[in-house]
Design a protein. Structure first.
Length: 418
């Protein structure tokens, strides 16, 4: 009887092993078919990675019940129908959803080509989008497994421009954060406990193939500090200096626009602006001109009679255009306000070569769909890019953190005592 039981147990285990083996062989065959299919096709013109940092309230916004990440993934599925011979790769890192039927919080990678989903790959469950190691691993996989003639990157998620913490992965502390807010315990509450600093992000990007563009679909990233950090890793940098709506870009039409060979940058901006009735300020930077803009800024800052530290009250009295935060002032409006006309006109030539395209917004739509219109915006003052201005109240914080950025040295801040 015992021998018979052992035989039956062994047979059962053998059957399970057989099923596992069949499943593994099936997966291997499927993977081989995918690779063979890719091998038989011509090399793609472009591979674009959408890096979706949604382990936060972008998975589920408790005040409205809206699921921003889920909504954009549905738009992407529509948009991929028109991407032609290109790769779209989407890294998805979501928080836990309170409704089980919507919950897919384990990170995964999607690969689309020629209007169809080619691969859906589960990723390590310990990965966090705010971790530079995760960004590096995901981007290397995307650009190695799906090679193309050129590459693009979409930074999707929460951001607050250049703001900085000393940590490589920055803990949330008041407003000192940068990109990719990730909540601990996979919570959907709040914008994130941990963040990635911009210099760290740029350092990771330097290990990857050179990018045709970076599109920052997140708040406040169109600042001189970020654009300068990214100047060596991408040809074009696209984004908004202001807070953007929670829905972000309309990917049904943005995805095909990202695959356009020459006009992708202006198409992204125009489509984005039209989606919100021109209530999102946007700009395109030509990275190769950022060094010249920094040099021109150094020259003009040295020629102007500027205090070492401004009082925030003075900047407010000047009605300078700012974006969400009082250390994100419009660079064009600041220079125009404090320089002579001749100095400004000379500097503006360098600025217009760097910021090659922009859309003016008289007001803008915020994350919570509150219209921001607290200052007299004028199209001649608007530059579409922000910069940091040292203020007396920030001597122990931002006035020190700004020194971590290449823009600080290149624009000559130290030479004027900033």
């Amino acid at each position: 009887m015992v021998f018979s039981l052992l035989i039956r147990t062994f047979a059962a285990k053998l059957e399970v092993m057989k099923r596992i083996l069949i499943l593994l062989l099936s997966l291997m065959t499927l993977a081989a078919c995918h690779k063979d299919k890719e091998k038989d096709e011509p090399i793609a013109e472009r591979t674009v990675l959408i890096y979706m940092a949604a382990q936060n309230n972008l998975t589920y916004w408790p005040y409205s019940g809206y699921r921003y990440a889920e909504g954009d993934l549905k738009e992407i599925q529509q948009g991929i129908k028109n991407i032609g011979n290109n790769h779209l790769v989407v890294y998805v890192d979501k928080a836990k959803d309170p409704v089980a039927s919507h919950d897919d919080h384990k990170p995964y990678l999607l690969h689309y080509r020629k209007g169809e989903l080619r691969d859906s790959i589960p990723m390590d469950s310990t990965m966090m989008a705010c971790d530079p190691a995760t960004l590096k691993a995901v981007a290397q996989k995307a650009f190695t497994d799906y090679p193309a003639n050129d590459y693009g990157l979409v930074l999707w998620g929460h951001a607050t421009g250049w703001l900085f913490r000393n940590d490589t992965i920055a803990s949330y502390s008041t407003r000192k954060r940068a990109y990719g807010g990730t909540n601990l315990n996979e919570s959907n509450r709040g914008s994130g406990d941990l963040w990635m600093n911009i210099p760290t992000l740029a350092k990771v990007l330097k290990t990857l193939p050179h990018l045709k563009f970076i599109f920052a679909d997140c708040c406040n990233m169109m600042c001189a500090e970020c654009a300068y950090e990214f100047k060596d890793v991408t040809d074009y940098y696209i984004g908004s200096a202001a807070e953007i709506p929670g829905e972000g870009a309309y990917y049904t039409t943005i995805v095909p626009a990202m695959m356009e060979k020459e006009t992708f940058a202006t198409s992204i901006v125009d489509i984005y602006a039209a989606k919100y009735n021109n209530r999102v300020p946007l700009a395109v930077v030509k990275s190769s001109e950022m060094s010249s803009l920094a040099a021109a800024t150094r020259t003009i800052l040295q020629s102007m009679d500027l205090p070492v530290y401004f009082m925030s009250s003075e900047l407010k009295e000047k009605s300078l255009i700012y974006y969400l935060d009082y250390n994100l002032y419009d660079i064009n409006h600041f220079i125009k306000t404090y320089a002579t006309e001749a100095e400004y006109n000379s500097w503006k030539q360098a600025f217009d070569k760097a910021v090659i395209y922009k859309v003016f917004a008289k007001e803008w739509d915020t994350m919570n769909h509150v219209i921001f219109r607290y200052m007299n915006l004028d199209e001649t003052n608007y530059g579409g890019m922000s910069m940091f201005i040292p203020q007396r109240e920030l001597q122990s914080t931002d006035n020190q953190y700004i020194k971590k950025f290449g823009w600080y040295d290149a624009a000559g801040y130290e030479s004027i005592g900033w």
